[in-house]
Design a protein around this ligand. Structure first.
Ligand code: AR6
Length: 169
């Protein structure tokens, strides 16, 4: 059974076998977690992302999917990039957000990872309400059947941390 832990802080400071990036389809960087991952991880990560765009992911990475690259200078074996859905009031995109966690863990399992650090995917620039984002994250990880020993949610602020804490209780 996977152990879920919580940390408040910057995910790029974590040590883990896999650090998950809340990317976008282009895989070529952005703000939030994505910006921090590329800034602190160095140019090797972007080079790996460009290589993916030039090969298997010519059209980019679809929402809900995940793909691994080097972690560059981060204290991790790999970065797994996943693309969360943009939150919508009209349309229920929960299945796509759940898919991000499930697919990231599937890739982590393929890599033999024992520890995986996740941000709260889609709850920043993509506007997903934090309480619902926390619910989907925790439920999906618990139901995943992953061989990963520890899933660590790294929450940027107190509010996000509290939302995850309430879900775990
Ligand atoms: N460490 C941990 N959590 C963070 C960090 C950090 N360094 N920075 C922000 N957060 P976001 P999204 C929190 O916007 O919503 C990018 O431009 C943040 O407070 O990083 O999936 C991509 O290129 C929020 O709770 O990702 C995409 O275009 C959560 O991490 C788009 O943003 C996710 O916020 C993806 O948007």
């Amino acid at each position: 059974m996977v152990r879920i832990t919580l940390v408040q802080g910057d995910i790029t400071a974590e040590k883990a076998d896999v650090i998950v990036n809340a990317a976008n389809s282009s895989l070529l960087g952005g703000g939030g977690v994505d910006g921090a991952v590329h800034r602190r991880g160095g140019p090797e990560i972007l080079a790996a992302c460009r290589a993916l765009r030039a090969s298997r992911y010519g059209k980019g990475l679809a929402t809900g999917q995940a793909v691994a690259t080097t972690a560059g200078r981060l204290q991790a074996g790999h970065v797994v990039h996943t693309v969360g859905p943009v939150w919508s009031r009209e349309e229920d995109r929960s299945a796509l957000l759940a898919s991000c966690y499930r697919e990231s863990l599937r890739v982590a399992d393929e890599l033999g990872a024992r520890t995986v650090a996740f941000p709260a995917i889609s709850t920043g620039v993509y506007g997903w309400p934090i309480d619902d984002g926390a619910r989907i994250a925790v439920e999906t990880v618990r139901a995943s059947g992953t061989a990963v020993e520890e899933v660590r949610f790294v929450l940027f602020d107190e509010r996000a941390y509290a939302a995850f804490e309430a879900r775990l209780a």
